[in-house]
Design a protein around this ligand. Structure first.
Ligand SMILES: *Cc1c(COP(=O)(O)O)cnc(C)c1O
Length: 456
């Protein structure tokens, strides 16, 4: 007897009802993309959501249009719009319309981008987007890698490759990583996962420098280190380490230099600040999150190795059912990171680059830098505010004179409640401070003054 595969109630033919839902989803996406401005929205408590939404998974199913309506009216409004121009907390995400739209295409296309065999067209395009970034860094022609979920996985994958490479070279088992106090929490997490020891290098004028690094290496036996992490744009302050002097010391000791540019790496495309990154071309590995300051939707991190052979040696998974892939010389993105199955998550970014051209990226990044300079100037001018540090890419950290931690929190809660903006406080050396992270080209000077006015 023939199995009636096409009549499955679950994965079924594209029938009339499917057409209806398809149209409704396209219309919803279209409307969301057209919103100007998007509503800021905000979080609800589990109890409020239970009351509002209730049980959504049932034996019979809700049906397409009802489920979509439930999302549109009850779930979506209880999620912050990360792309709101006055969402200035953490590191926001402001995808281009083109990238956001193309994410729908990726979802509809059943692409598998872990191997060349299965996804050559997608991988080819993703690799061109990676190449643009590699060129901004100044990496050689053979450099490459893949788009991973985020900076955390990117950093971990690069550090695993660094350790493999160090173990091949030495008879010992190096187990240490050096980074600064300003390095991102994901570096400490990576070390924890790898059972490695993170040695923090004291800052010199806020930066990691070759001189301080050398002292730490000498005090701790340089042979025990397998990687140094320099940050190109710290998350809290936008500080770029003194990469050239750090690279010098790494080369001297033969230690892998990883540059974490998850947030700040995008600034490489901005001529006005490019010189701050001097020496970055000497790194062994590099990451940048296009979902931060390169206008791609979540989740997307470019992970690039100077010598991809080292990435492959560390990460290729071997299994008999994979032999047809691993025995080939083709470019299999899965070989360069932790994780086997992968979505073509670099494609929305690639599409937007292809549509808009790279000049528009430079323009947009320079624009956000201008807005950050404007915010710096406004803060300096207002007697009740004080800038903590000048020249920090598009992160602006400042204090409201006379405020306690509770004052900052009350102010921040109130901004969100009134849907004026989303600006959570940060802290530095025990002091609570206000912080803007500006990566959205739609954030205007008016947005900045309007928020600063609320602190008077
Ligand atoms: C955001 C960030 C990370 C972590 O990236 P995710 O994409 O959130 O995992 C790592 N390093 C720096 C400097 C960051 O700003």
């Amino acid at each position: 007897m023939r199995t009636a595969a096409l009549d499955s109630a679950l994965v079924h033919r594209f029938d009339e009802k499917t057409q209806q839902l398809s149209d409704a989803i396209a219309a919803y996406a279209d409307e969301r993309l057209k919103l100007d401005p998007v509503p800021l929205d905000g979080p609800a408590t589990p109890e409020e959501l239970q009351e509002l939404v209730g049980q959504t998974i049932t034996r019979e199913g809700l049906g397409g249009l009802s489920a979509l309506e439930l999302f549109a009216e009850k779930l979506a409004p209880n999620c912050l719009s990360i792309d709101h121009p006055r969402y200035l907390s953490f590191i926001p995400c402001a995808p281009t319309r083109e990238a956001a739209m193309f994410d729908l295409v990726v979802g509809a296309s059943a692409l598998y981008a872990g191997s060349w065999l299965e996804g050559s067209g997608a991988v080819y395009a993703e690799n061109q987007a990676l190449r643009w970034i590699a060129d901004l860094v100044g990496l050689p022609a053979e450099a490459g890698g893949q788009f991973v979920q985020g900076g955390t996985i990117g950093n971990l994958s690069a550090l695993v490759a660094a350790r493999e490479s160090a173990r091949e070279k030495s008879t010992g088992r190096p187990y240490r990583v050096a980074a600064t106090y300003g390095s991102h929490s994901s570096i400490a997490t990576a070390c924890k996962v790898m059972d490695a020891e993170l040695v923090k290098v004291p800052l010199d004028n806020w930066q990691l420098t070759g001189e301080n690094l050398r002292k730490v290496l000498q005090d701790n036996d340089p042979d025990t280190f397998f990687a140094v992490v320099a940050t190109a744009g710290t998350t809290n302050f936008g500080i770029i380490d003194d990469i050239a002097s750090v690279a010098e010391v790494c080369e001297e000791y033969g230690i892998w230099l990883h540059v974490d540019g998850a947030y700040g790496g995008a600034g490489l495309a901005a001529p006005s600040i490019r010189s701050k990154y001097a020496g970055i071309e000497r790194c062994n590995s590099f990451i940048v999150d296009p979902h931060k300051w390169l206008f791609a939707p979540f989740d997307c991190c470019a992970l690039i190795y100077r010598d991809p052979v080292q990435g492959r040696a560390a990460h290729t998974q071997h299994a008999t059912y994979l032999d047809v892939l691993t025995d080939s010389a083709e470019w299999n993105p899965s070989d360069f990171s932790i994780g086997l199955t992968r979505r073509a998550r670099g494609l929305p970014f690639w599409f937007s680059l292809a549509v808009n051209g790279t000049d528009k990226y430079t323009e947009a990044i320079e624009h956000t830098l201008d807005i950050a300079r404007f915010a710096n100037a406004e803060i300096t001018e207002r007697p009740y505010l004080e800038l903590v540090r000048e020249g920090s890419l598009t992160v602006v950290v400042f204090r409201r004179l006379g405020w306690t931690a509770q004052d900052y929190q009350r102010w921040s809660d109130d901004l969100l409640k009134r849907e004026i903006g989303f600006v959570v406080p940060t802290s530095h050396e025990g002091e609570t401070l206000a912080r803007f992270a500006i990566v959205n080209p739609l954030t205007s000077e008016d947005d900045i003054t309007e928020i600063l006015d609320t602190m008077a």
